[in-house]
Design a binder for this molecule. Structure first.
Ligand code: COA
Ligand code: MG
Length: 297
């Protein structure tokens, strides 16, 4: 995965809310997702599309941006896709992806239109069908392969709870098997995987705990609903000081004289293999990229 294509914090901004659209320009989220789907009432979809067309034309937002469209089997979804191609964000977010077919319809639409360039797709896994088919979906159009458009899976916990009847519970215990299945599917496909939103944006303690949990589960970042949620996500999904120190120690151990021909080394009484060296190098590269980004902003 190219070092610059990862996001710790992905803020959803309702495309109907002009104040929020303006505010988003000054926020430190790694990516902004302009939402045309569930955050916009049915009779205001056209107005929301016009807001985005104007936004990208007048003063194209800096940084990584995506547009979440309505399902492509609806008239709004098709109009949203047309608007997204006119805006040319980095990615289009597909809601309620249940089958490979949902992604292939979007891929065909992008391939038909030269104006789409190399826009990527991020698929929301938020239905029972989507979780069951996550591995096939992640594998079919993976951007890890040349020309593949699917760059990330994002879990949609609110829809998943509502469709399956799973009640909210501490630690998301009943959702964890499906969340982990989605993480595994994304890893098998070589793409990123983003944790779902935390609705109670006034509860900073509960939110921090969920960020820590999501990072420990292997998610790359988290989808957010409120500006207050950005800094904790950047913290929890970024490399910790302890992880950086460990990565530097592993690189140093493999750089010691004579270690270049070893596959395993002893690091303070622990076995470290070359796969740990690769992980350590990837982490240091990610950190260096983040530092460059923070210097630029
Ligand atoms: N993006 C950009 N700015 C946002 C924002 C967001 N998602 N959520 C809030 N803000 C802004 C507000 O406009 C306000 O700006 P101001 O200081 O210029 O007035 C400031 O942050 C503080 O907001 P606050 O008063 O705490 O909340 P609110 O009542 O304005 O908004 C929500 C609360 C939940 C309605 C709003 O956060 C929201 O719409 N979130 C996204 C919902 C969404 O996208 N859902 C679909 C995906 S799950
Ligand atoms: Mg949803």
């Amino acid at each position: 995965m190219p070092a610059n294509r990862f996001w710790r914090s992905l803020l959803s901004v309702p495309a109907i809310n002009r104040r929020a659209l303006e505010k988003a320009k000054s926020l430190a989220a790694d990516a902004i997702i302009y939402d045309l789907e569930d955050a916009v009432a049915p009779d205001r979809k056209a107005e929301a599309r016009e807001n985005l067309i104007r936004l990208y034309a007048d003063d194209r937002p800096a940084g990584i941006t995506a547009i979440r469209i309505n399902p492509l089997d609806t008239a709004d979804g098709r109009a949203d896709m047309e608007a997204a191609i006119a805006c040319r964000p980095d990615a289009v977010v597909l809601p309620k992806v249940g089958t490979i077919g949902h992604v292939s319809t979007a891929v065909s639409r992008l391939e038909q239109d030269a104006a789409a360039g190399d826009m990527k797709l991020w698929a929301m896994i938020e239905t029972a069908e989507g979780v069951v088919n996550a591995a096939a979906i992640a594998g079919a159009f993976s951007s890890a392969r040349a020309g593949g458009r699917l760059e990330a899976l994002i879990v949609g916990v609110n829809d998943l709870r509502s469709e399956t009847g799973v009640a909210p519970a501490a630690g998301r215990i009943y959702l964890v098997p499906w969340l982990m299945q989605t993480v595994l599917a994304a890893r098998a496909g070589g793409i990123q995987v983003i944790d779902g939103v935390y609705n109670d944006f006034a509860d900073s303690e509960g939110y921090a705990a969920e960020c820590a949990e999501g990072a420990a589960m292997g998610f790359d970042g988290k989808m957010l609903i409120h500006p207050n949620q950005i800094a904790p996500a950047n913290h929890h999904f970024g490399p910790s000081d302890a992880a950086l120190a460990e990565a530097r120690a592993i690189v140093a151990a493999f750089s010691a004289p004579g270690a270049e021909r070893l596959n395993v080394v002893n690091l303070n009484g622990r076995m470290v293999e070359r796969l740990h060296l690769e992980q350590a190098e990837a982490l240091l590269l990610k950190f260096a990229t983040l530092q460059t980004k923070e210097k630029d902003t």
